[in-house]
Each structure stands twice: as structure tokens, then as C-alpha cells.
Design a protein around this ligand. Structure first.
Ligand SMILES: Cc1ncc(COP(=O)(O)O)c(C=O)c1O
Length: 417
């Protein structure tokens, strides 16, 4: 038998990167500090008060009065699975309009929880006319409509106005995945009458991936409560199970999670303490800046970046009237092949990460994120400057300084860059 040689590896010492891909992005230093404060027991009144504060903070972030606004432990897709798994029962019809990779993810998750999924497809790089979605809702009369707001894979954002009213006409619930856009673009949950919404921390909120803030309204809560099933060993004496089918996941059962996040504090998992601290600090940073100021900062950085890229002779990808204002898609110039050489040199020589995409857009577009803590004039300038130098070495000659000049022009006179 071979002896096991002890190996402890080096102390963690990651290179200081500027992460300008489609997420995750650099984390706010305040959030990193918050993650290193001491643990508390999950029923310590100080900790349960932090849970209440999370609910209050995320109501503001989501611009909602929804009581049920809390965290799902896991990355953004855990939030999606919690929402869809708790709202969709086996055999329920689910309409999923797809305009990128993440529409496929919603489809996959809705199918796995037993949904009978009907898709509507738009070409990647475009979004749907609202009427097309509304007509499909009236025709299909689904139980749930599941929609991505900003599809990171294509950098497009689907306008959400006018969809909930039609959902209500046919008594469908509207779920929206805002992983890539919350805090980067306006998503006023109550004004838009969205029934269930989830997100992740690692994009415009500049936190680490690992917890998913969600919000659900009373319409959605009623469906979940009708499926309420409390696990054995913790059932209160007055427990009566709901009439509807049991939610298939225990970990992502929103009914039990609502009890855990309510004053009942009925035990479920052990809340991920450091991630809760992170989520709390992310929300505090964002709300201190102000949501509107944050949206404006993201819009300005994207405009500056796009202006710089176009001045360099690069072509932007997709329908620019419906592009996300926090991630920019760029067609990879022919001279640069699949673009991997450029990405690699950006990373290794300049320590700047940019992304490519998925499916038929892999090696066809680059994606540059200007999100959260990263979304600043100095970073846009650093990125455009580095790209200018790297592109030249990969056979694409941009007019000298044109990119940086164009970025500076957009920011000219703006001290808030
Ligand atoms: C729109 C969208 N939805 C869902 C996800 C999945 O997020 P996670 O990797 O945090 O599970 C992502 C990740 O990039 C995303 O961009």
C-alpha cells in the first residue's frame, strides 16, 4: 500500500485580478471584511435579528413590500430551483420564453420538478416583443411563466412591463430570474407585479457567489402554503399538511424556509452565517449609494465602454436598444480567431479577466462586465487601454488612443465616475 504523504499546499494567495467578465466580479472590501466577523449560533437573538435585517434590507433592494424576502443558501441557481420547485407542481404547464442560455436553465429546472414546459424562442442577441409573450400566455394559459430578465450569455435584457397583467388574466404566476441585473438595472418588483424573483450576489451586488436573495408575494405564498409539509421531528402540535402536492426538494422547500425565516423560527438548515453577513453588507453598500445612483453608474460605465470599443473599430453584439447596462457583448474580430489568445493575454499580462460566451456564441463574442465594485471609470479605462495593446499583438489595429479618448469623453466633467 502506498503511504499517504502529508501535503498542505501553500497558504491561499490569489493574484490581484480585475474581474471584468460576466460575473463573479471583485467583491466590495467592506463585504470581505463583514465575512470575517465571528460566528453566532443560529438561534442567538443577535443572529435572528440579523435575519430580520436581511429581510428589511432586501425589501428595499427589490423595491417591494413582500414579507417573504429572504436568502436561499446556494448560488443563484439554488434560488431559481427554490422558486420553480415550490411553485411548479408535477404536470403544471410552464411557459419559458428563451433568448439565451439561461432560458434553457429555467426550462431544465422547471422540467426536473415535473413541469410541462412550453418554450418560446427568440434569436440570441434579441429579446421578445412584449406582445409575443403576452399572446403566448393567453394561448397556453400556463400555471407559471418563468422569464430571465438579463440573459448574461447574450447580454440582452427583456423588458418586463406589461407581462404580469396578462399573467393575472389567466391566473398564472410570474417568476423572474434577475441574477445578472438586480442593482444594475431598475427592477421595481411591486410596480412590475412580479410574483417571485431571485438573484445572486456575484454580479451587480459585488458579493461572493453562495447565497441567493429571493422575494415572493402573497399570490406565490398562497400556492406554496397549499403545498406545506413540515418534516417529521419538528412538527408543531397544531400542524396540518397542505392539500397540494409535497414540494420535492427538502433543502429548497420554500414552505419550510418561510417558517424558518418567520418569528416561528422553525428549524430547517443551519443558515450560512458568513454568507448572510456578506449579503447584509452588499445591501448596505448598495442602499447607501442609492439604487438610482447605482443604476446611473452602471449605465454610464457601459456607455463609456461601448463608446471606447466602437472608437477602436470593434463591433458590439446584439440589439443595442435592449442590451443590459452592466455587461457588453463584442463580436470577436476575425483577426483574433476564437478570441482565447486575447483573453489569455489580458489575464496574464494585465491581470484583467474578460469572458467569452456559451453555445454557438462561444468564441464568437467577448463579454465585458462593468458591475458593482468594478463599475468605475478607472476600470473602464484600464480595460480599454489593455485591450488596445493586446488586440494590436493579435493582428487587430485600433486607431491609437481612440478607445481611451472616447471613454474619457463620456466621463468628461463627471466627477462621480
Ligand atoms: C441570468 C443568470 N441566471 C442564473 C445564473 C446561475 O447562477 P449561479 O452560477 O450563481 O448558480 C447565472 C450565472 O451566471 C445567470 O447569469
Amino acid at each position: 500500500m502506498n503511504a499517504i504523504v502529508p501535503e498542505t499546499f501553500q497558504e491561499l494567495d490569489p493574484s490581484p485580478r480585475l474581474i471584468m467578465g460576466p460575473g463573479p466580479v471583485d467583491v466590495y472590501p467592506r463585504v470581505l471584511r463583514a465575512m470575517s466577523v465571528p460566528m453566532l449560533g443560529q438561534f442567538d437573538p443577535e443572529f435572528t435579528e440579523y435575519m430580520n435585517e436581511i429581510m428589511a434590507l432586501y425589501r428595499q433592494v427589490y423595491q417591494t413590500q413582500n414579507q417573504w424576502t429572504f436568502l436561499i443558501n446556494g448560488t443563484a441557481r439554488a434560488g431559481i430551483e427554490a422558486c420553480l420547485g415550490s411553485l411548479v407542481s408535477c404536470g403544471d404547464k410552464v411557459l419559458v420564453p428563451r433568448f439565451g442560455r439561461f432560458g434553457y436553465l429555467l426550462t431544465e429546472i422547471a422540467q426536473r420538478v415535473g413541469g410541462d414546459v412550453v418554450n418560446l424562442d427568440a434569436e440570441w442577441g434579441t429579446v421578445f416583443e412584449t406582445d409575443r409573450i403576452c399572446d403566448a400566455i393567453r394561448k397556453e394559459r400556463p400555471r407559471v411563466v418563468a422569464l430571465v430578465h438579463g440573459d448574461t450569455s447574450t447580454t440582452m435584457a427583456q423588458p418586463l412591463e406589461g407581462i404580469s397583467a396578462v399573467c393575472q388574466e389567466v391566473d398564472a404566476l410570474l417568476y423572474v430570474d434577475t441574477t445578472a441585473t438586480l442593482c444594475g438595472m431598475p427592477i421595481p418588483v411591486d410596480d412590475l407585479q412580479l410574483d417571485a424573483v431571485s438573484t445572486g450576489l456575484q454580479k451587480c451586488m459585488s458579493g461572493p457567489p453562495g447565497t441567493s436573495p429571493i422575494t415572493i408575494n402573497e399570490r406565490a405564498a398562497a400556492v406554496i402554503n397549499n403545498r406545506k409539509h413540515i418534516e417529521g421531528g419538528i412538527r408543531p402540535d397544531d400542524y396540518v399538511a397542505g392539500n397540494g402536492p409535497k414540494i420535492i426538494s427538502n433543502y429548497l422547500d420554500l414552505g419550510m424556509l418561510m417558517d424558518y425565516w418567520s418569528p416561528k423560527r422553525l428549524n430547517h438548515h443551519t443558515e450560512s452565517t458568513s454568507m448572510l453577513y456578506a449579503a447584509r453588507e452588499c445591501a448596505r453598500v448598495i442602499l447607501e449609494e442609492g439604487l438610482e445612483a447605482g443604476f446611473a453608474r452602471h449605465e454610464r460605465a457601459s456607455r463609456a465602454l461601448r463608446s471606447g470599443l466602437q472608437a477602436m473599430g470593434l463591433e458590439l453584439f446584439g440589439d443595442q436598444t435592449n442590451s443590459m447596462t452592466n455587461i457588453t457583448g463584442i463580436l470577436i474580430p476575425k483577426a483574433c480567431g476564437d478570441g482565447e489568445g486575447v483573453r489569455s493575454q489580458m489575464l496574464h499580462d494585465f491581470s484583467i479577466e474578460i469572458g467569452t460566451s456559451f453555445g454557438h456564441l462561444a468564441g464568437v463574442i467577448w463579454r465585458i462586465g462593468t458591475m458593482g465594485y468594478v463599475c468605475r471609470k478607472s476600470n473602464v479605462l484600464r480595460c480599454v487601454n489593455a485591450l488596445d495593446a493586446v488586440l494590436r499583438r493579435h493582428g487587430f489595429d485600433a486607431p491609437a488612443n481612440a478607445g481611451v479618448d472616447a471613454v474619457l469623453d463620456v466621463y468628461a466633467g463627471d466627477s462621480n465616475g
